[in-house]
Design a protein around this ligand. Sequence first.
Ligand code: DGJ
Length: 727
Amino acid sequence: MKRISILLIMTLCHFTIYMNAQTFIRVSTDRTDLIYKVNGKTGRIYQIYLGEKLLDDSEYKNLPANIYNKAVSDRHEAYLCSGTEDYFEPALAVEHNDGNLTTYLKYVSHVVVKKDDNVTQTSINLKDDVYPVEVKLIFETFAKENIIKSRSEIFHSEKKAVKISRYASSLLYFSDAKYFLTEFSGDWAKETNISSQELFYGKKVIDTKLGSRAAMFASPFFQLGLGAPVKETEGQVLAGTLAWTGNFRFTFEVDNLGDLRLISGINPYASSYELDPKTVFQTPEFIFTLSSKGAGQASRDFHSWARNYQLKDGKGERLTLLNNWEATYFDFDEEKLTNLMKDAKDLGVDMFLLDDGWFGNKYPRINDRAGLGDWETTKNKLPDGIPYLVKTAKETGVKFGIWIEPEMINPESELFKNHPDWVIMQPNRETYFFRNQLVLDMSNPDVQDFVFGIVDKIMKENPEIAFFKWDCNSPITNIYSPYLKNRQNNLYINHVRGIYNVFKKVKDKYPDLPMMLCSGGGGRCDYEALKYFTEFWPSDNTDPVERLYIQWGFSQFFSSKSMCAHVTSWNSNTSIKFRTDVAMMCKLGFDIRFNEMNNDEKEYCRQAVASYKRLKTSILDGDLFRLVSPYDGNHTAIMYVDESKNKAVLYAFDINPRYSEKVFPVKLQGLDPTRKYRITEINLMPKQKSSLNVNDKVFTGDYLIKAGIDVFSSSKLQSKVIEITAE
Ligand code: DGJ
C-alpha cells in the first residue's frame, strides 16, 4: 500500500532535485519570470530579473543584461540578512546564542515540484556555514493566473532558542526609472481609500500593529506602478498582498542606486520571536502578480486564482440573505425573528441570518457591554432556543445562519469570572477596553479548544445551520499573555497561529459550511483567512455611495463572490433601486425592514433578487472590468463578463453630477468583438420605462468596445443595470 502511494506520487509530480549548485533558478508563470543566480565563488544567491516572461528559454542566461558596474549582478541578494555588506533593510535578522547578530546564507540546493499542469513549487535551500541556521525560500506559481506565492521557512539547531527580529516572507527588487505606490487605507466605516505617491530615496512603510482587527486602518495589499503611476488598462503593475490575519508590514525602500527593495511579511513590531532549536518558523505567504496591462488585469488574475485555489468553496454557490442586525439591533424576540424569516421568504432570498444579541443569561447580551463569551441562548428572549429558530426558518422555506464573535470576551460574562487567565490583559496596569471587550489569548491551546467548541456545539445541536458570520470587533489591547509568561515577544504571532488552528479544525469538520469573515467591517480581509471563509464583510458602512468607493477599493484584489454587500437604510437620499443596484455588484444580501417598504419597492426588490439569481454566474464568477472610476468624476461604471462571453452585466451610477454636465459614452470591455449583443436594461422599478437610448438594440462587441453606449445621466443618484446577451 505504502509503495503504491509513493509510486502514485512519483507519477503525479515531476521532481527535479539539484544536488549540485546550479547557476540559475527560474520561477515562472505563463507571463512572468523571477530569476535568481548563484555566485559560484561565494555561494550567495541574487535576484537578477523580475519582469515579463522571456520567450526564448535560453536567453535568461544572458542576464543581467545591463551591467553598468561590475557588482550589478551581486547587488540584489535573494534573502538579505543583517550584518552583511549590504546596508539596507534585511529580510532576516538573527541573534545567535553567542550574541552575534550576523547571518550569511549560502546556496545548498533547490527542488522543483510540478504539482500539475498549472502549479509548480520551487524550494531553494540556503544555509549559514558558521552558525547552524537554515532557510528555505518557497515559491508556488500558478501559470495560467499569473500568480506567484512566496514564503520562507527558518530553522536552526543552536543549543538554545535564537531571537529572530526580521523574518520576511518575500524580498523583491526593481530597477525602474520611477516607482509609484498605491495604497488602501482608512478606518472603521471608511475602508480602502485609494491614495498614490511616488517613491523616492528612503523608506515608505505600510503596516499595522492592531493584532486581531488587523486591517482596520491599512489594508494588507498594495499596487506598485513600475515606471509610471498605476493605471487601469495599461502599464506595468505589481499587485501584492500578505496572507496573514495579524500584524503585517510592507517596506518599500529606494536605495542609493535608485533600485526599489520591497520586503513583505509579518510586522516584527514587539515580536523579536524566540525560536526554539529544531523548530521551523513558517512565514505567511506573500502573493503577487505582475501585470503588463494595468491594475484591471492584475485584479482579474487575482479573482480567478482565488476562486480556483484559495477562497473557501471558491467555485461553489453563494446564499442571498436577510440579516436582522440593522432591522433590530439587540432588540428582538422570537416573534420579531419569525416575521423577518417570513420577509426573507417573501423577498426570495435563500437565508435568514441571526446577528448579535442572542446569547448570555447571567450577563445577557442586550447591548455591547455584556455577554461575549457565554454562548448559551438568552432564555427570556428566545425561550425555545436556536433549535426552534432553525425549525421555524425551515418551515418558512429559508435556511438559517447565525452570528458569533468567539475570540472575544466581555468582562461582564461568566467566562471572564471563570477564566480571567484566558484573556490578553495586563496583570499590573489599568485595562483599556475597545467596544467594552477584550481579546481571548489564542496562543493558549485550551482557549483554542474553547473557541472551536463554540462552533462545534452549535453545529452538533443544530446540524441544519447553513451559515456562520464570524465577527471580531476589537484589536488586541493591553498586550500580555498569561499563557506565554516570559515569552511575550511571541504573542502577536502565536495568537494568529492559534486562530488558524481553530479555523482549520472548523473547516476540516464542516467543509461545506459557508462562513462570513467579519471584523467590524473590513478589519479582516486577507487570503489566509479566506481559505476558511467563503466571503467577507468589507464595511459596516452600507451607504451605497460610500460602498461604490469601498467596493471599488476591495475589488482590486477580491472577487465579487467573496465580498458581501447588503441593502440597508443608510443614506435615505438614495432610492431602494440605487441601494440594491450597488449591492447587486457583489454577494447580495438585505439588512433592512422589508415590511416597511411600499409595494413598488417590495416588488422591485423581489424582481432584483430573481434577476440576481438568474445572472449569478456572470456577476460572481465572471471577469470584472472597471470602466469608469468614481475617483475620476461624478459617475462610475463596471461590468462583469462570463467566461464564454455570452452574457455580461453592466452597472452604471450617476453620483453627484454638476448642472448640465457633459455626459460621455462608456466604452465596454471584455466582450467578443466579432459577436452581436443585445442591450437590455433590467432592475427597473414597477412601471418605470428604460431611459436608455440603446435599450433592446443589438450591436457588435466591436462597436460596444470602440464606440460605447450612453449609460450616464446628469441627474444625481441614478443607477442602471444592463444585461448584455450574445445573440
Ligand atoms: C460588527 C459587524 O460588522 C456588524 O455587521 C454586526 O454584526 C455587529 N458587529 C454586531 O455586533
